[in-house]
Design a protein around this ligand. Structure first.
Ligand SMILES: *Cc1c(COP(=O)(O)O)cnc(C)c1O
Length: 386
């Protein structure tokens, strides 16, 4: 399907709302039925129409159609956070006694789900280094129900070969789930490579303006209905109509924003690589990246997030660097207009500062949409301050 058609027209029925160019926010909790039979049908299957906005809502449906089409998926559910999309996708597909194989160091709250919450219900997880398919082969047990992936990882950018993992999982009857937040469906289509469920934090690139928290899950209609009838409705995990409306608005400019961020990232990388105080950089589309070949094979683009290591004598130099930045904000998340940075040393206590640990010398940068000189000049003056 044509990308512009998806973003401009798919799901939008302008004639039914006064030919308004922008869709309405259907701000209602409930929907009235004219006939008892209509109400009965909705009671029997709430996924068949509009009954109550914890379930389906027309504004959210416009967004669902667009997001499913972008991912080449049959269907899609939109959640009130990326974390709830992960929670629903995983818990819907395991029962007590089941086993999960997860790539090592997935998103923090996925780790909390696997480490703290699921073991209470008799579900255990094995983590594997996802850079070689043999590691998955060895970790699979007779009771393995899910292989959980995140490629590229949003911190160290480690990749998994999606087609190879999908082939292994299909042969064993195991469901595959991939967190695609880094790429969005514009730069990577996991379902096309054989993955069963593709999810992303819409808080990042889809929202695109640091003002919405939401999540997306794409897969078959049967799987979406199964999740809708259980986890989605039980815990009330759906996105609100207003947030869905903001996400539709974000989608219109998604391809253009990614282009701008890609170009900015190219220039910032060029600057960082040449700087004497920068020891190393990590970025999937850089030729020095260990999995560059795989990145080029399965991804159509890469941008925004990258990591670099400073060549400094003490952690305090990294603190000085971060606190000298005048424009780049020290903040979690990414995908909005503003460039952001997170120092690895913020995850350790001051008494545990150890400059010999590479992870403490690392900085994760999100290159935003400002003019490239504005970002580079800020990095440059802060590096000079060390
Ligand atoms: C942010 C993020 C999530 C969680 O999404 P929220 O919208 O913050 O709940 C999941 N995976 C990755 C890779 C993320 O960066």
């Amino acid at each position: 399907m044509d990308l512009s058609y998806i973003l401009n027209e798919l799901g939008e029925e302008r004639a039914s709302y006064f030919n308004a160019v922008a869709p309405p926010i259907m701000q209602t909790s409930n929907f009235a039925c004219r006939r008892v039979d209509d109400m009965r049908k909705l009671f029997e299957n709430e996924y068949s129409g509009y009954l109550y906005s914890r379930g389906l809502n027309p504004t959210v449906d416009i967004l669902r159609k667009k997001l499913a089409a972008l991912d080449d998926a049959e269907d899609c559910l939109v959640f009130n956070s990326g974390a709830s999309a992960i929670y629903a996708a995983v818990t819907a597909n395991v029962s007590a006694g089941d086993h999960i194989v997860s790539v090592s160091k997935p998103y923090t709250w996925a780790q909390k789900l696997f480490n703290d919450l699921l073991p209470r219900f008799g579900v255990n997880t094995t983590y594997v280094d996802g850079t070689a398919i043999e590691h998955f082969e060895r970790a699979v047990l007779p009771n393995t129900k899910i292989i959980y992936l995140e490629t590229p990882n949003s911190w160290n950018f480690a990749l998994q070969d999606l087609a190879a993992v999908a082939e292994l999982a299909r042969a064993e009857g195991i469901l595959t789930i991939c967190d695609n937040s880094y790429c969005t469906p514009i730069y990577q289509k996991p379902l096309g490579l054989g993955i069963d469920l593709s999810l992303q934090s819409a808080t990042k690139y889809i929202g695109g303006h640091s003002d919405v928290v939401a999540g997306v899950l794409c897969g078959t209609t049967a799987m979406m209905q199964k999740i809708f009838d259980n986890e989605f409705g039980t815990a009330g995990l759906g996105v609100t109509p207003f947030h869905a409306w903001l996400l539709i608005r974000g989608l219109r400019t998604l391809p253009m924003r990614l282009q701008k961020i890609s170009e900015n990232t190219r220039q910032v990388l060029h600057f960082l690589k040449a700087h004497p105080k920068v020891e190393d950089i990590l970025f999937p589309f850089d030729e020095s990246f260990p999995q560059y070949g795989l990145a080029k094979k399965q991804m159509q683009g890469a941008c925004g997030l990258l990591s670099f290591y400073l060549d400094v004598k003490k952690i305090e130099d990294i603190v000085t660097f971060c606190e000298s930045l005048k424009h780049i904000l020290m903040a979690v998340s990414w995908g909005g207009y503003e460039s952001l940075i997170i120092p690895g040393c913020a995850s350790v206590k001051e008494k545990d500062y150890d400059i010999t640990k590479k992870s403490q010398r690392m900085l994760r940068l999100y290159v935003g949409q400002e003019e490239p000189e504005y970002i580079i000049n800020d990095l440059s003056q802060a590096l000079n301050n060390i």
